[in-house]
Design a protein around this ligand. Structure first.
Ligand SMILES: O=C(O)C1=C[C@@H](OP(=O)(O)O)[C@@H](O)[C@H](O)C1
Ligand SMILES: C=C(OP(=O)(O)O)C(=O)O
Length: 427
């Protein structure tokens, strides 16, 4: 796709939006629908490229899945309904798809080959390979199973007690999906709480998983039953408009039906600490909490973001860095080395691209130090194929003195296909 020219905002952003369905929950709706028995329907499903790749992989594994816009119907035949696919299962750009599928396919009695794009080929898979090997799976990949393409010869698994070396919902979910098929009880010990959509979904599908402090346990041999799901709006997508509303003077934006799961809502803690004018109207809770969020422009102040807060806002750190450039004083991000192994090295990409617009950001091993109160000028920047970097830069362009040319804007469709239509609605 051609670069796109983005004009600064002439006035405040105003209006209301329903952001698309949550990416993490959409992936899991397809996966759990596929391994349960009966018809699962998901409404407000995210038709972004990552989730469509999950659909395509499960179709290849023999699951009948119908999609129509944001509605998906999955005809699950239980775990045994998955059939060997001799070709390549291609996850595209989606880390969630490859890592969760590795856990699931480790317990299936056939061989699977999983691959993805250039970015996936650079992301570490050993964090998943290693507990799965301990459970008895046979996994091969480049550099001793560290990188995709990955080949899994699945079969009987033994339960495992696993202390996670990183705070990662993808690793936790992969081990849970393997644990669901293993002999005995698998116990996962988390370093810090990470998103708990897998645990919630297992319960919604009639399974049993227990959480006690940082320990999560699951017994093998459970059969899951189909469920009907209404996917909440994605808080990680909402975050771009929360940021826009709080840095473009005169703005007032209402975001409806956004997921408010505590394990994902660290962005609220940070924005409140920065002095953002944010109010949340919580709705009655279903399997995931949802509500409406109103944001008004206000002056921000710098803050420090670290420790257990990081996994609760990991995907929001690029847009939080932009907030930091506009706040009074310094904003410091620490303990976020995980950013280096996302779609791009998000510490270096955020800093390099925002510097092109005039920001002052120093990178550290595990974060950034962002100087506040900087005026951004125009320029040419790139998403580097990373959807969150692309959206962050598009929001930055609103407060730039001159136009911004954004290269590789197509990547935004990975998680937010109608992002530019929504942005135009608010202008
Ligand atoms: O489980 C998930 O759906 C996700 C977990 C996070 O990754 P990690 O588990 O690698 O932290 C997050 O960054 C990703 O966007 C989605
Ligand atoms: C890191 C992300 O996704 P994934 O790991 O699924 O590629 C993301 O969406 O920001």
């Amino acid at each position: 796709m051609e670069p796109i020219l983005l004009e600064p905002a002439a006035k405040g952003l105003y209006g209301e939006l329903k952001v698309p369905g949550d990416k993490s929950i959409s992936h899991r709706a397809v996966m759990f629908g596929a391994i349960s028995s009966g018809i699962t329907t998901a409404k407000n499903f995210l038709p972004g490229e990552d989730c469509l790749n999950t659909v395509s992989c499960f179709r290849k594994l023999g699951v009948d899945i119908e999609t129509s816009g944001t509605e998906v119907r999955i005809n699950g035949k239980g775990l045994d309904g998955l059939k060997e696919f001799e070709g390549l299962l291609d996850v595209g750009n989606s880390g969630t798809t490859i890592r969760l599928m590795m856990g699931l396919l480790s317990g299936r009695p056939f061989t699977s080959h999983i691959t993805g794009d250039e970015s996936i080929a650079k992301r570490p898979m050993n964090r998943v390979t290693s507990p799965l090997l301990e459970m008895g799976a046979k996994i091969e990949g480049r550099e001793n199973g560290k990188y995709a393409p990955i080949t899994i010869s699945g079969g009987r698994l033994n339960a495992l007690t696993y202390s996670m070396p990183v705070a990662s919902a993808q690793v936790k979910s992969a081990v849970l999906l393997a644990g669901l098929q293993a002999e005995g009880e698998t116990v996962i010990k988390e370093l810090a709480p990470t998103r708990d959509h897998t645990e919630r979904m297992i319960r919604l599908f009639g399974g049993n998983v227990t959480t006690s402090g940082k320990n999560i346990s699951i017994k093998g041999g459970q059969q899951l039953k189909a469920a009907d799901i209404e996917v909440p709006g994605d808080i990680s997508s909402a975050a771009f408009f929360l940021a826009a509303g709080s840095i473009v003077p005169g703005s007032e934006i209402l975001l409806r039906n956004v997921g408010l799961n505590w394990t994902r809502s660290g962005i609220f803690d940070v924005m409140e600490k920065m002095g953002a004018n944010l109010s949340i109207d919580r709705k009655e809770e279903s399997f995931e909490p949802v509500g409406d969020i109103r944001i008004n422009y206000s002056k921000l102040k710098g803050t420090t973001i670290e420790g257990g807060l990081i996994p609760r806002l990991i995907d929001e750190l690029p847009i939080i860095a932009l907030l930091g450039t506009q706040a009074e004083g310094e904003t410091i991000i620490r303990d976020a080395a995980e950013l280096r192994v996302k779609e791009t090295d998000r510490i270096e990409t955020v800093a390099a691209e925002l510097r092109k617009l005039g920001a002052q950001i120093e990178t550290t091993d595990d974060g950034m130090v962002i100087t506040g109160g900087t005026n951004l000028h125009g320029g040419t920047v790139s998403s580097h194929g990373d959807h969150r970097i692309g959206m962050m830069l598009a929001i930055a362009s609103l407060i730039c003195k001159k136009e911004v040319t954004l290269e590789d804007p197509a990547s935004i469709a990975i998680s937010y296909p109608n992002f530019f239509t929504h942005l135009a609605k608010l202008r």
